[in-house]
Design a protein around this ligand. Sequence first.
Ligand code: BGC
Length: 720
Amino acid sequence: MITNSNWISSPVDIGEVCPIFSKDIKVSKQIKKAELTISATGVYEAIINDKRVGNFILAPGLTSYKTRLQYQTYDVTDMLEDENVLSICLGKGWYRGRISANDKEINRTDGAVIAELVITYTDGSTESVITDNSWSVSTSRILFSDIYDGETYDASAETKELGNAVINNSISKLTLIPQEGEIVKEQEKIKPVSMFITPKGERVIDFGQNIAGYVSIDLTANKGDKIVISHAEVLDSVGNFYNENYRSAKSRLEYICRGGRQVYKPHFTYFGFRYIRLDECPENVSLDNFTAIAIYSDMKRTGYIETGSKKVNKLFENTLWSQKDNFIDIPTDCPQRDERMGWLGDAQVFAKTAIYNYNTKKFFSKWLGDLRAEQRENGSVPDTVPNFWLLSRSSTAWGDAMTVIPWQLYLMYGDKKDLEVNFDAMKRWVDFMTNDSLDKYLWTCADDSDKMWRKHYGDWLALDAPSGSYRGITPDNFIASAFYAYSTDILIKAGKVIGKGMSEYEELHRNIVSTFKKTFTEYSTQTECVLALYFNLTDDKAKTAKQLNDMIVSNGNKLKTGFVGTPYLLYALSENGYAQTAYSLLLQEGYPSWLYEVNHGATTVWEHWDGIRDDGTFWSTDMNSYNHYAYGSVVDWLYSAAGGIKPVEQNSGFKEAVIAPVPDKRLGSINVSLDTAYGTIKSAWHYEGDKVCYEITTPVKATIIINGEEHLVVSGTYYF
Ligand code: BGC
């Protein structure tokens, strides 16, 4: 808790150098318990007597700072001695870095920290140490740090005393909230696989895996030696280091050595990378001197998939990595370029997969708090949260994160609270669509397709886009009206779960569906068919499914869908009699396809189907991430269709399960498991000749559906 402490800042402007705030603390009695609470306008690292407090990287985390700023409380009982120095180093982080520079409503003027140490002695008395002007301030050796641009650290620099801290009353204490999310931690430590000289003559190290995090250096060097590192995700077609796709993010690390052995890793930044280029470095370095460290929110893994196809397994692994690399306190679009934003659309399409892969309850609940905080008066939500770019639009399929994610959380974890806390915001989002539309019972807007940034993102990055455009040809009004129906349907279901009267919205939903059917009578794109099928907006499912199937087969078993159509594409097929075609898409290896990326050496999921073309050239530099999870959304189809593990709406959180696997000989086998609050559900099948053998384990009552035949079972293992 923070009660009496003050925000404190440096007494002088020290430019880009990170300040350190310190306090000497004497302890004269025996301690029963000591708790240290800290927050900062930036990112902090606290040290007591040379030991780091806690293991939260980039604390206090990323929230909608205008209204929400987390603090963390650490048990430091065992860290205190008789005489102690508590110091807190402060970086710019997201709060004051380039990433949020556009947001003038954030009070970015001075870096500030606030802390409170409460010591309870064994004699029952307590003592508090608060941040005030008795703290001293000095410079650190971190000369520069920024989330996008990297860090400069001078190990040989002398630190300078700057005097006493000043109390900073310009920063509110009212925005402080206790830690809500999972903490971001150092996770995998990865040794490099090779060091080589590129055709351009540059020295490059390959870590073999695209990660988000940083490199730690451990080497012996002379005072003044410099190590300068650039980061990249891919090499170009001739094997040169390539990071033009980082756009303006410098992603540069500079370390100036003191003499002797030195161990260093960045403090207040992270990079998305697989390769590093040693722009400057002592000659004698070897692979042993470098380790890549992945950082991400500390979520517990819950989902596992292994199939008979090595390539599909790799696609699954790549998706796990894209989730880890982009679940850094908020769900980001990508971890490398000058973006790393909480784009709602990306999170909306990936949430289901994310929730199968990991326990993301805490992670998403915290971000939904930010989403609610950023919801506007009229119920619209910005396209990114936090809304650092002050986007004023609200796009379909992006804003629907407000309904889709709470509902997914409820289905998978069974906690009504996720609906209770979000219900009002969900309702306001649906009401916004109602009020914003030109036509009743649809969500339509005037044609603004001539504008560079129009209202909706459409079927973002779909392959039926006209040349030079990011948007597929599926009309915005079609997509927006379909999602209007979808979100309204979710709202009704959510309302019923928590005992709200929903008849008004049921009436609205009936009207949306009938108006949709009357308005959109024909479909001309894959995405139109997909949405009509998946959101139940067509009277003739058989006809629409056949049309979708024909479109795909005549296109050589290839998709054309973008962010909006892709997540439901395989469901739209497999749930309507075309499982074979769904598998043909999954197993497709030519461009465009999931396995095309795998064949081209992907270790994460790409933003574009053609991020790297067959001839080795790239999609343009302005929008080409190799670590965007949106298309990884195919993985939830592997869990819930191929493996067939599904929650039951009326008995959610896997108190009960449906297990309805969809086998295909070309995949050969699958083994899916999901850890739930009630135990582990397993669904496996493999082919013996033309015969499919199933092995299904359920810890709860389940309906197992094999070849259309339902088997109601109690917990146990079953073979078919
Ligand atoms: C992001 C996307 C995002 C999109 C909105 C991009 O810059 O990387 O993933 O959803 O903008 O259209």
